[in-house]
Design a protein around this ligand. Structure first.
Ligand code: NAP
Length: 479
């Protein structure tokens, strides 16, 4: 490895810095609770300095051509590729996901960098036929300005590049606060961006006190947009705070995905899809299947096959070959999973598989299947964010659509059916930002991702994702 990618400092205005008061916090490996590194515990002062840096760098960055900005992004992408193995290993150590998944996330993260390097060149405007003879109407797109970003721990690389790449491509400058549990991947990506020659101030990373940093990001008038991925409760708070300066906001928030299997579905494929959707990242994704609805006619058959395949999932250290289920991120996360399982069992759910910690002193939880779940149970309406698959029986299309939509969330929904009429009906009826038919994984940089209802505002990925970082300007010219 030519570069040391484990950084213990923040990056502000082209310099690696400690917190003003020298304080740090520890980043631990969730598998064995070993210390990986310490990073600065920054607050409002450092966040303000990062905003000043981004603000200072804005004009020159905006004035570059899209092609010039694209070249920086392409160089960054090249370095991410070259350092993929180190990045993936670092991610597994700080986040816990199996190495194969971490490698997949680095590729996914980098796909946004490459996509937006190209897409920046296509931030087209319009010429609109005027309604007066001497008038000309033009519509141009301009960078929003300084964008502040706050990201979660479950996808420590992709949730950053999915925001930063379109922002930089559009001509915005950025300040980023990564999650406390996974700041190292963010800082490593920053180090590679520095290596790619990104001018000082264009991208800044600050770690530390979320409330203090978040307050600066939302209330400083120089920040024109806040882009957040995380829980719905924090998203609501940031939206409220952003109102003080009428900022644009993009919010990628929580979800509670229904995963519906109709009686005409391909059973084997639907089981594989449910496993891919439910157990990726040990169930810690915003688009995880949270409620698996299975038609009465195939209910027991589904459970039998599901159990057989779930029982084969190996749990352990993500760095170990063959492990597909790593640890949960922290103590609060595993306690929530336990609480959800206990609540469901108390209310009459049937335990089909798992249900317990693998060891008392570890954050490993058995992949778990609960059958006969009903809507009184916590698992049916709160995000579990863990490897628990609740299975619910249904009898009619109408009943299951009503149940699927009966949630404040609207991020991702899935269903399996081979009836083309039903496919159209159900795809239209599900109140979700992303609907996946006959599959368990839809993620790609070329399509728009995002939620409706309390799952968020705005889209990431694709050309829709670039638009989130552009303002539309109407230029009216008279001869
Ligand atoms: P979280 O608690 O909301 O944290 C997300 C980020 O917000 C972290 O960087 C956190 O910092 C920061 N934060 C917390 N309190 C804050 C405050 N008062 N002001 C400003 N920032 C604050 O969510 P999480 O537990 O990390 O992530 C899980 C949630 O994210 C789930 O609900 C999941 O569904 C959602 N998610 C959504 C998407 C999507 O694309 N829709 C993708 C991934 C995850 P600290 O870490 O320092 O506390």
């Amino acid at each position: 490895m030519s570069l040391n990618l484990i950084k213990s400092e923040n990056y502000i205005n082209g310099h690696w810095l400690r917190a003003d008061n020298g304080q740090t916090f520890q980043v631990m490996n969730p598998f064995d609770n070993s210390l990986i590194a310490e990073v600065p515990a920054c607050g409002a002062a450092e966040a303000e300095r990062a905003v000043s840096a981004a603000h200072g760098a804005l004009k020159p960055w905006q004035c570059l051509t899209a092609k010039e900005r694209a070249n920086y992004l392409l160089k960054w992408a090249e370095l991410i590729d070259e350092n993929k193995e180190q990045l993936a290993e670092l991610m597994t150590k700080e986040q816990g996901k199996p190495l194969a998944e971490a490698r997949g996330e680095i590729d996914f993260a980098n796909s946004f960098v490459r996509w937006y390097a190209e897409e920046a060149k296509r931030a087209y405007g319009d010429v609109i036929p005027a309604n007066q003879p001497n008038q000309h109407i033009l519509v141009t797109k301009q960078a929003v300005g300084v964008v502040a970003m706050i990201t979660p721990w479950n996808f420590p690389a992709a949730m950053i590049t999915r925001k930063v790449a379109p922002a930089l491509a559009a001509g915005c400058t950025t300040v980023i606060k990564p999650a406390e549990d996974t700041p190292l991947t963010a800082l490593a990506l920053m180090a590679l961006a520095e290596q790619a020659g990104l001018p000082a101030g264009v991208m800044n990373v600050v770690t530390g006190n979320p409330a203090q940093i978040g307050r600066v990001f939302t209330e400083d008038h120089r920040v024109r947009k806040v882009s957040f991925t995380g829980s719905t409760s924090v998203g609501k708070q940031l939206m409220q705070q952003s109102a003080t300066t009428v900022k644009k906001v993009s919010l990628e928030l929580g979800g509670h995905a229904p995963f519906i299997i109709f009686s005409d579905a391909d059973l084997e494929k639907s089981v594989d899809g449910a496993i891919a959707s439910k157990f990726r990242n040990t169930g810690q994704t915003c688009v995880c299947a949270n409620r698996i609805y299975v038609h009465d006619d195939i209910y027991e058959q589904f459970i039998e096959l599901f159990k057989k395949k779930v029982a084969a999932l190996k749990v352990g250290n993500g760095l170990e070959k063959g492990v597909v289920q790593g640890p949960l991120i922290n103590k609060a996360a595993i306690e929530k999973v336990e609480r959800h399982v206990q609540d469901a069992l108390k209310r009459g759910a049937r335990l089909i598989f798992g249900g317990q910690r693998v060891a008392d002193d570890k954050l490993l939880f058995e992949p778990t299947i609960l059958a006969d779940v009903d809507h009184s149970m916590l698992v049916s309406y709160e995000e579990t964010f863990g490897p628990v698959a609740p299975v619910i029986r249904f009898r009619s299309e109408e009943e299951v659509i009503d149940a699927a939509n009966d949630t404040p969330y609207g991020l991702a929904g899935y269903f399996y059916s081979r009836d083309i009429g039903r496919v159209w009906r159900v795809a239209n009826a599900l109140e979700y930002g992303v609907v996946t038919v006959n599959g368990g994984n839809f993620a790609t940089e070329v399509a728009p991702f995002g939620g409706i209802k309390e799952s968020g505002i705005g889209r990431e990925g694709s050309y829709y994702g670039l638009d989130e970082f552009l303002e539309t300007k109407y230029i009216c010219m008279f001869e």
